[in-house]
Design a protein around this ligand. Sequence first.
Ligand code: M6R
Length: 616
Amino acid sequence: MCGIVGYVGEKQALEVVVEGLRKLEYRGYDSAGVAVVSGDHLDVRKKAGKLANLESLLGTDPLASSTIGIGHTRWATHGGPTDANAHPHVSEDGRVAVIHNGIIENFAELRAELTAAGVTLSSETDTEVVAHILARSLPAVGGDLAEAMRHTCQRLEGAFTLVAVVADDTDVVVAARRNSPLVVGLGQGENFLASDVSAFVAYTREALELGQDQVVSITREGVTITDFDGVAVEAKPFTVTWDAAAAEKGGHDTFMMKEIYEQPKSVADALRGRVGTDGRLQLDEMRLSDSDLREIDKIVVIACGTAYHAGLVAKYAIEHWTRIPVDVELASEFRYRDPIVDDRTLTIAISQSGETMDTLMALRYAREQGSKALAICNTVGSTIPRESDAVLYTYAGPEIAVASTKAFLTQIIAAYLVGLYLAQVRGNMFGDEIASVMRDLQDMPQAVDRVLDTVEPVTELARELAAVPSVLFIGRHVGYPVALEGALKLKELAYMHAEGFAAGELKHGPIALIEEGVPVVVVVPSPRGRATLHDKIISNMQEVRARGARTIVIAEEGDETVVPYADHIIRVPVVPTLMQPLVSTVPLQVFACAMATAKGHDVDQPRNLAKSVTVE
Ligand code: M6R
């Protein structure tokens, strides 16, 4: 939510900052703005709407030349998406410019205080108060921007990444972070600040993770980090493992299509190097002992959106393999219902970004109750893995499209690996049983590839159905979360009514939604799995068809029993029952993407959304 870039070096700051914003635009696209320091003044441009609007403005009203600057792309929280509410916000004396990601929870109080002191605020945002307080703090600390930032942060409540520059200092960009993401990029004679590494990976892959409640100053020569009291702190360095090309569209029309087609590789990468030389499974970071893991008597998965659906899939496998009960919880609900969590609970947080505020807060709550914590995450060095006792990275590479695709498949893989790891440590499965599941997983890249080879009819079907007002999705067992995920994709991309149901629930209410022509996507379990499940979904198909539904059936190759009840059949390869979500989700991603395209929507940046939801 909101993308932030800061740069100081020898290059033209505007070019670096705008290029960085282009990479971060997936985080929010309600407005964009830049500020550079030139001579002894600030030059600021900002514009409502996408980055392209700002670029048009810069075309007619260019910025001064400068080698130090900041930039912001906004997902609106306080105040609508207008020019006035766009960042940067500038202090009343025009000397300090600030950009912000997060929410200043006590902004109303601070705003009232500033108004009483005679300050005229020119936006409806929570951020603007920071620019004024920061500027007012400067004289008392001899113009030291980092010190003024520390003083300012002591007054703020909520979540924030703040980045500031001051008019008469062409040497330093200062930032602060609490609960919102910020990384430092380390260059030669130049340094970078950004919400994530994609903003600067074209220039450097060397980076620093920042901790909670820290202030960082970047100059051309170096980086200084302190806590909010001014005590120097060390940051953890890391090297970005992917290159700038990974954050480009690679010949596809949209990032989403590129990411859908990357899934065979992403799944293979998620599985790579998981078996040690001793033949045993290994995670990326493990600060829990085997005896800790043997004592676990309950697993709670916390996640949001697509990651929550991955958790629902994982429940079937982890319970099956470990016999540990697994609760899957919406992170946004978790800590508000007094959940039963203790030191024998393993909380698994699943998050692509590692920054989702609902998930982070739920994780912290679980840890406060004594729970052990394991993160499944795609973003190395992000907050959720940093605050966990064990980490499994998904290695899907950067996911730029707002709609999650390859993250979902790799989250399932990672959660399965966690299940197998627990089964290994606790002795629930023999080594050869684990090896057999691993072989099944290793076959998945090829299986996903086959789905992608045969997916063209799905695109045609989506075009044909683009005008329907509603699509329903049903599934059973692991097909149920797949149905939920298919519906979520369609809602967020095609802006239409779409709902997923456990097929058995139809007769308890949702079947009333069926009328002539309503498309119902049916995720059919394998007939080789639990036969009763397959028989029951065949009955469900007959029930909806009898009431006029048009069935779109996802069934494995060779399952001819579905033919009489299917208006359209999408075939997926024959894979073991627990692996089915890895193949049956893919056509649904393509379906949503194609339907949104047919409706003329922006597939990568759907309305009202942002990729990383860093506010609660
Ligand atoms: O970064 P996270 O995995 O924590 O994000 C969770 C959800 O916000 C995310 O999966 C969201 O639902 C996707 N846009 C859905 O496609």
